[in-house]
Design a protein around this ligand. Structure first.
Ligand code: SAH
Length: 246
Protein backbone atom coordinates (compact mmCIF):
# COMPACT_ATOMS: atom_id res chain seq x y z
CA UNK A 1 0.00 0.00 0.00
CA UNK A 2 1.27 3.45 -0.90
CA UNK A 3 1.67 5.66 2.14
CA UNK A 4 0.58 9.28 2.06
CA UNK A 5 2.93 11.93 3.35
CA UNK A 6 0.19 14.53 3.62
CA UNK A 7 -1.52 12.39 6.23
CA UNK A 8 1.66 11.84 8.24
CA UNK A 9 1.61 8.13 7.59
CA UNK A 10 4.58 6.56 9.38
CA UNK A 11 3.64 3.11 10.57
CA UNK A 12 5.06 1.92 13.85
CA UNK A 13 6.73 -1.44 13.35
CA UNK A 14 8.34 -2.19 16.70
CA UNK A 15 6.28 -4.74 18.61
CA UNK A 16 8.08 -3.70 21.79
CA UNK A 17 7.02 -0.07 21.45
CA UNK A 18 3.48 -1.01 20.41
CA UNK A 19 3.17 -3.11 23.55
CA UNK A 20 4.54 -0.26 25.70
CA UNK A 21 1.92 2.11 24.30
CA UNK A 22 -0.90 -0.32 25.00
CA UNK A 23 0.36 -0.98 28.54
CA UNK A 24 0.78 2.73 29.29
CA UNK A 25 -2.95 3.17 28.71
CA UNK A 26 -3.66 1.00 31.79
CA UNK A 27 -6.71 -0.62 30.21
CA UNK A 28 -9.07 -2.39 32.58
CA UNK A 29 -11.96 -4.71 31.86
CA UNK A 30 -14.95 -2.83 30.48
CA UNK A 31 -12.98 0.17 29.18
CA UNK A 32 -13.76 2.08 26.02
CA UNK A 33 -10.66 3.00 24.02
CA UNK A 34 -10.42 5.47 21.15
CA UNK A 35 -7.47 5.14 18.79
CA UNK A 36 -6.56 8.11 16.63
CA UNK A 37 -5.07 7.42 13.20
CA UNK A 38 -5.35 3.65 13.01
CA UNK A 39 -3.44 3.33 9.75
CA UNK A 40 -3.01 -0.30 8.78
CA UNK A 41 -3.88 -1.37 12.31
CA UNK A 42 -0.51 -2.17 13.92
CA UNK A 43 -1.46 -0.54 17.20
CA UNK A 44 -5.12 -1.51 16.81
CA UNK A 45 -4.26 -5.21 16.89
CA UNK A 46 -2.11 -4.82 19.99
CA UNK A 47 -4.87 -2.85 21.74
CA UNK A 48 -7.29 -5.69 21.03
CA UNK A 49 -5.08 -7.98 23.11
CA UNK A 50 -5.99 -5.85 26.15
CA UNK A 51 -9.31 -6.31 27.99
CA UNK A 52 -11.09 -3.51 26.06
CA UNK A 53 -14.84 -3.65 25.81
CA UNK A 54 -15.13 -1.25 22.86
CA UNK A 55 -12.49 0.15 20.52
CA UNK A 56 -13.28 3.10 18.28
CA UNK A 57 -10.70 3.88 15.62
CA UNK A 58 -10.72 7.31 14.01
CA UNK A 59 -9.02 7.47 10.62
CA UNK A 60 -9.11 10.21 7.99
CA UNK A 61 -7.88 8.19 5.00
CA UNK A 62 -10.45 6.02 3.22
CA UNK A 63 -7.79 3.56 2.03
CA UNK A 64 -6.69 3.02 5.63
CA UNK A 65 -10.30 2.65 6.73
CA UNK A 66 -10.62 -0.26 4.27
CA UNK A 67 -7.52 -1.87 5.79
CA UNK A 68 -8.86 -1.42 9.31
CA UNK A 69 -12.21 -2.90 8.39
CA UNK A 70 -10.43 -6.18 7.65
CA UNK A 71 -9.78 -6.64 11.35
CA UNK A 72 -12.37 -9.12 12.45
CA UNK A 73 -13.33 -8.36 16.04
CA UNK A 74 -16.79 -7.50 17.36
CA UNK A 75 -15.34 -4.88 19.74
CA UNK A 76 -13.98 -2.60 17.02
CA UNK A 77 -15.73 0.23 15.20
CA UNK A 78 -13.86 2.18 12.54
CA UNK A 79 -14.97 5.75 11.86
CA UNK A 80 -13.83 7.95 9.03
CA UNK A 81 -13.11 11.23 10.78
CA UNK A 82 -10.71 14.10 11.28
CA UNK A 83 -9.58 13.66 14.88
CA UNK A 84 -8.62 17.33 15.19
CA UNK A 85 -12.28 18.33 14.73
CA UNK A 86 -14.22 15.31 15.90
CA UNK A 87 -16.65 15.52 18.82
CA UNK A 88 -14.83 12.96 20.97
CA UNK A 89 -17.41 12.97 23.77
CA UNK A 90 -19.99 11.63 21.32
CA UNK A 91 -18.23 8.26 21.76
CA UNK A 92 -18.72 7.93 25.50
CA UNK A 93 -18.26 9.55 28.88
CA UNK A 94 -15.10 7.82 30.02
CA UNK A 95 -12.64 7.33 27.18
CA UNK A 96 -9.04 6.17 26.99
CA UNK A 97 -7.42 7.91 24.04
CA UNK A 98 -4.37 6.62 22.25
CA UNK A 99 -2.53 7.09 19.00
CA UNK A 100 0.65 7.21 17.07
CA UNK A 101 -0.40 10.64 15.87
CA UNK A 102 0.15 12.18 12.45
CA UNK A 103 2.84 14.73 13.36
CA UNK A 104 1.62 17.51 11.10
CA UNK A 105 -1.64 17.76 13.06
CA UNK A 106 -0.46 16.38 16.40
CA UNK A 107 -0.85 19.69 18.23
CA UNK A 108 -4.33 20.26 16.79
CA UNK A 109 -5.39 16.83 17.97
CA UNK A 110 -4.01 17.46 21.48
CA UNK A 111 -5.92 20.75 21.53
CA UNK A 112 -9.11 18.92 20.59
CA UNK A 113 -8.47 16.44 23.42
CA UNK A 114 -8.19 19.30 25.94
CA UNK A 115 -11.48 20.73 24.68
CA UNK A 116 -13.05 17.32 25.42
CA UNK A 117 -11.33 16.72 28.78
CA UNK A 118 -14.64 16.05 30.52
CA UNK A 119 -14.90 12.63 28.82
CA UNK A 120 -11.16 11.81 28.63
CA UNK A 121 -9.41 10.83 31.89
CA UNK A 122 -6.29 9.42 30.23
CA UNK A 123 -4.40 9.46 26.95
CA UNK A 124 -1.16 8.10 25.50
CA UNK A 125 0.26 9.74 22.39
CA UNK A 126 3.26 9.40 20.13
CA UNK A 127 4.33 12.77 18.80
CA UNK A 128 7.31 14.43 17.26
CA UNK A 129 9.88 14.34 20.09
CA UNK A 130 10.27 18.08 20.24
CA UNK A 131 6.51 18.54 20.66
CA UNK A 132 6.33 15.72 23.23
CA UNK A 133 9.08 17.38 25.29
CA UNK A 134 7.48 20.79 24.99
CA UNK A 135 4.07 19.51 26.12
CA UNK A 136 5.59 17.75 29.11
CA UNK A 137 7.25 20.99 30.19
CA UNK A 138 10.75 19.76 29.36
CA UNK A 139 11.40 21.95 26.36
CA UNK A 140 10.51 25.45 25.48
CA UNK A 141 6.97 25.88 26.78
CA UNK A 142 4.16 27.25 24.60
CA UNK A 143 0.50 28.15 24.96
CA UNK A 144 -0.54 24.54 24.30
CA UNK A 145 1.79 23.37 27.10
CA UNK A 146 -0.09 25.60 29.51
CA UNK A 147 -3.52 24.68 28.16
CA UNK A 148 -2.77 20.95 28.38
CA UNK A 149 -1.05 21.09 31.78
CA UNK A 150 -3.92 23.07 33.29
CA UNK A 151 -6.17 20.03 32.83
CA UNK A 152 -3.73 17.11 32.73
CA UNK A 153 -0.60 15.86 34.37
CA UNK A 154 1.77 15.13 31.51
CA UNK A 155 4.51 12.50 31.67
CA UNK A 156 7.21 12.00 29.07
CA UNK A 157 7.50 8.22 28.78
CA UNK A 158 10.18 7.57 26.20
CA UNK A 159 11.92 8.56 23.01
CA UNK A 160 11.59 6.48 19.87
CA UNK A 161 14.09 6.69 17.00
CA UNK A 162 13.01 6.98 13.33
CA UNK A 163 14.08 3.44 12.44
CA UNK A 164 11.12 2.01 14.38
CA UNK A 165 8.76 3.40 11.74
CA UNK A 166 8.04 2.67 8.07
CA UNK A 167 8.87 4.92 6.34
CA UNK A 168 11.21 6.44 8.94
CA UNK A 169 10.23 10.05 9.75
CA UNK A 170 12.90 12.76 9.57
CA UNK A 171 12.56 13.49 13.29
CA UNK A 172 12.75 11.55 16.55
CA UNK A 173 9.51 10.68 18.28
CA UNK A 174 8.43 10.87 21.90
CA UNK A 175 5.69 9.13 23.83
CA UNK A 176 3.65 11.02 26.43
CA UNK A 177 0.91 10.03 28.83
CA UNK A 178 -1.65 12.51 30.11
CA UNK A 179 -3.81 11.98 33.18
CA UNK A 180 -6.62 14.35 34.02
CA UNK A 181 -6.04 16.28 37.22
CA UNK A 182 -8.26 15.58 40.22
CA UNK A 183 -9.05 19.29 40.49
CA UNK A 184 -9.66 21.06 37.23
CA UNK A 185 -10.49 24.74 36.97
CA UNK A 186 -13.85 25.86 35.66
CA UNK A 187 -13.19 28.27 32.89
CA UNK A 188 -14.27 29.12 29.39
CA UNK A 189 -11.76 27.20 27.29
CA UNK A 190 -12.04 29.34 24.16
CA UNK A 191 -11.42 32.49 26.12
CA UNK A 192 -8.54 30.89 28.10
CA UNK A 193 -6.96 29.73 24.85
CA UNK A 194 -7.11 33.16 23.23
CA UNK A 195 -5.70 34.72 26.41
CA UNK A 196 -2.78 32.26 26.26
CA UNK A 197 -2.08 32.64 22.53
CA UNK A 198 -2.14 36.39 23.11
CA UNK A 199 0.45 36.44 25.88
CA UNK A 200 2.62 33.86 24.12
CA UNK A 201 2.84 35.92 20.94
CA UNK A 202 6.02 37.98 20.69
CA UNK A 203 7.46 35.98 23.55
CA UNK A 204 10.61 38.06 24.01
CA UNK A 205 8.53 41.09 24.99
CA UNK A 206 7.92 41.87 28.63
CA UNK A 207 4.45 41.07 29.97
CA UNK A 208 3.70 44.75 30.58
CA UNK A 209 3.82 45.31 26.82
CA UNK A 210 0.97 42.86 26.35
CA UNK A 211 -1.25 43.38 29.39
CA UNK A 212 -2.21 46.33 31.54
CA UNK A 213 0.37 46.78 34.28
CA UNK A 214 -2.18 47.02 37.12
CA UNK A 215 -3.62 43.71 36.05
CA UNK A 216 -0.21 42.07 36.42
CA UNK A 217 0.35 43.72 39.79
CA UNK A 218 -3.09 42.57 41.00
CA UNK A 219 -2.14 39.04 40.07
CA UNK A 220 1.14 39.40 41.98
CA UNK A 221 3.28 39.15 38.86
CA UNK A 222 6.28 41.36 38.14
CA UNK A 223 5.32 43.33 34.96
CA UNK A 224 8.93 43.12 33.74
CA UNK A 225 8.87 39.34 33.42
CA UNK A 226 8.56 37.53 30.11
CA UNK A 227 5.96 34.89 29.44
CA UNK A 228 8.34 31.93 29.76
CA UNK A 229 9.14 32.97 33.34
CA UNK A 230 5.60 32.28 34.58
CA UNK A 231 4.55 29.11 36.39
CA UNK A 232 1.35 27.18 35.71
CA UNK A 233 -0.25 28.76 38.81
CA UNK A 234 0.76 32.21 37.58
CA UNK A 235 -1.12 31.71 34.30
CA UNK A 236 -4.32 30.69 36.04
CA UNK A 237 -4.15 33.49 38.59
CA UNK A 238 -3.42 36.02 35.91
CA UNK A 239 -6.24 34.74 33.73
CA UNK A 240 -8.71 35.00 36.60
CA UNK A 241 -7.75 38.62 37.24
CA UNK A 242 -7.90 39.33 33.51
CA UNK A 243 -11.37 37.81 33.19
CA UNK A 244 -12.72 39.98 35.98
CA UNK A 245 -10.91 43.22 35.09
CA UNK A 246 -10.52 43.50 31.35
N1 SAH B 1 -1.40 3.82 14.14
C1 SAH B 1 -0.71 3.43 12.93
C2 SAH B 1 -0.57 4.58 11.94
C3 SAH B 1 0.07 5.85 12.43
S1 SAH B 1 0.37 7.00 11.14
C4 SAH B 1 0.63 2.84 13.30
O1 SAH B 1 1.12 3.11 14.40
O2 SAH B 1 1.21 2.12 12.50
C5 SAH B 1 -0.86 8.22 11.43
C6 SAH B 1 -2.25 7.82 10.92
O3 SAH B 1 -3.14 8.93 11.19
C7 SAH B 1 -2.34 7.58 9.41
O4 SAH B 1 -3.03 6.39 9.17
C8 SAH B 1 -3.14 8.79 8.87
O5 SAH B 1 -3.92 8.49 7.73
C9 SAH B 1 -3.99 9.15 10.07
N2 SAH B 1 -4.43 10.55 10.10
C10 SAH B 1 -3.81 11.65 9.56
N3 SAH B 1 -4.48 12.77 9.85
C11 SAH B 1 -5.57 12.40 10.58
C12 SAH B 1 -6.64 13.12 11.19
N4 SAH B 1 -6.73 14.44 11.11
N5 SAH B 1 -7.60 12.41 11.84
C13 SAH B 1 -7.51 11.05 11.95
N6 SAH B 1 -6.50 10.32 11.41
C14 SAH B 1 -5.55 10.99 10.75
Amino acid sequence: MKLKKAYGQHLLKSSGVLKKIAEALEIKKGDTVVEIGGGTGNLTRVLLQEPVERLFVLEIDEDMVKELEKIDDPRIKVLIADASQFDLCSLGEDLRLVGNLPYNVGSLIIENVVFHHRCIPIGVFMLQKEVALKLSGKGDIGWLTVLLNTFYEVEYLMSVPPRFFVPPPKVDSGLIRIKRRAKIPRLDLKSFKSFLTGIFSMRRKKLKKKLKEDLLIDAGIDPNLRVEQLSLEDFLRLYNVYEVKR
